[in-house]
Ligand binder design. Structure first.
Ligand code: HEC
Length: 294
């Protein structure tokens, strides 16, 4: 009878609860407290259940009171209700009526069936159209699905998976290409750019010369100008040593917490350019001759 107002009250109450929760619980901008904190979600759920329970209780109370009225009283009640209902509410009522095709409680005697089991009676209600058409829709969906995937064989789940993984892979590569600080041992490349090598030289001068000397001739650390490498030559190995450190106890620490990935790539590239140097008093070669790529 007053269903529209009931729905509205429930929605408004829940909206207030959500707004209040978001206001009181501090979350980083762009994030929702009800999604971040399970408790907040539970709280909103409780408010929702409570609001529905209250509305349901009020509705059944009304029904009980209604049934206790005399025939004359019922009529007067209807007249009063009609006068109160707005146009909008009337439209809503009509919509709900067409979706459910339900009978008002006072008309139920029209659809009551003959059986009577110790006072328990049965109504011959129509199937609610919202449910019925939903059911038809599942049948249509089922037929299209069956034909498409089991008769024609459009694509399999495995193919769908492969396709999505391939798309994701492309996106990751596109992202990595632009995100400088996501350089790692697997994708690091030698930087030829002058500015990068200059930046690498700066890092080297600030952090590495104490052990490797400005010209790379070596001291506490090995000579970086010869073709012999203890831990492997080439950009990937050099990057890895700078990032993760050398063998424990040798003195070459991991730099990944002090330098960004980009800086490590720059200094690694710079280290490889030291190969051009030929310091007179450089340390004797250590390790193996590196014959891999640059
Ligand atoms: C405290 C001294 C010290 C500092 C500072 C230092 N290194 Fe080292 N470095 C070493 C030692 C010692 C080794 C040999 C490690 C081993 O044998 O495992 C080494 C090894 C290396 C290697 C591998 C050489 C090879 O033959 O495989 C590279 C490349 C390197 N360092 C680069 C750097 C860079 C770049 C920096 C500055 C960011 C740096 N090092 C700072 C002591 C140092």
């Amino acid at each position: 009878m007053k269903s529209f107002a009931s729905y509205l009250r429930v929605v408004v109450l829940v909206a207030i609860a959500v707004a209040g929760t978001e206001y009181l619980m501090e979350t980083p901008p762009g994030e929702w407290a009800i999604l971040e904190y399970p408790f907040a979600g539970v709280f909103i759920g409780i408010v929702l259940v409570f609001a529905i329970a209250v509305e349901a209780s009020i509705a059944s109370l009304r029904n009980v009171l209604y049934l206790s009225l005399t025939e004359e009283g019922k009529e007067r009640y209807h007249a009063a209700e009609k006068a109160k209902i707005s146009k909008f509410e009337q439209k809503w009522e009509n919509l709900m009526q067409s979706m459910t095709q339900s009978k008002e409680i006072e008309e139920e005697h029209e659809i009551i069936l003959d059986h009577d089991y110790d006072g328990i009676k049965e109504l011959d209600n129509r199937l609610p159209p919202w449910w019925l058409y939903g059911f038809y829709a599942t049948i249509v969906f089922g037929i299209i699905y069956l034909v498409r995937f089991h008769v024609i064989g459009d694509y399999t789940q495995a193919e769908e998976y492969e396709r999505e993984v391939a798309i994701a892979q492309e996106e990751i590569e596109a992202y990595l290409a632009t995100a400088e600080d996501l350089i790692n041992v697997d994708n690091v490349t030698f930087l030829e750019d002058k500015d990068d090598l200059k930046a690498g030289e700066k890092v080297f001068t600030a952090n590495c010369v104490a052990c490797h000397r400005a010209d790379g001739g070596g001291g506490i650390g090995p000579n970086l100008t010869d073709e012999y490498w203890i831990l492997g030559g080439g950009i990937k190995n050099v990057f890895k040593v700078i990032s993760e450190g050398g063998r424990t106890g040798k003195g070459m620490v991991s730099w990944k917490s002090d330098l960004t990935a980009k800086e490590m790539q720059q200094v690694a590239s710079y280290v490889l350019t030291l190969q051009e140097n030929d310091p007179a008093d450089g340390k004797a070669p250590e390790g193996d001759l590196w014959e891999g790529e640059e």
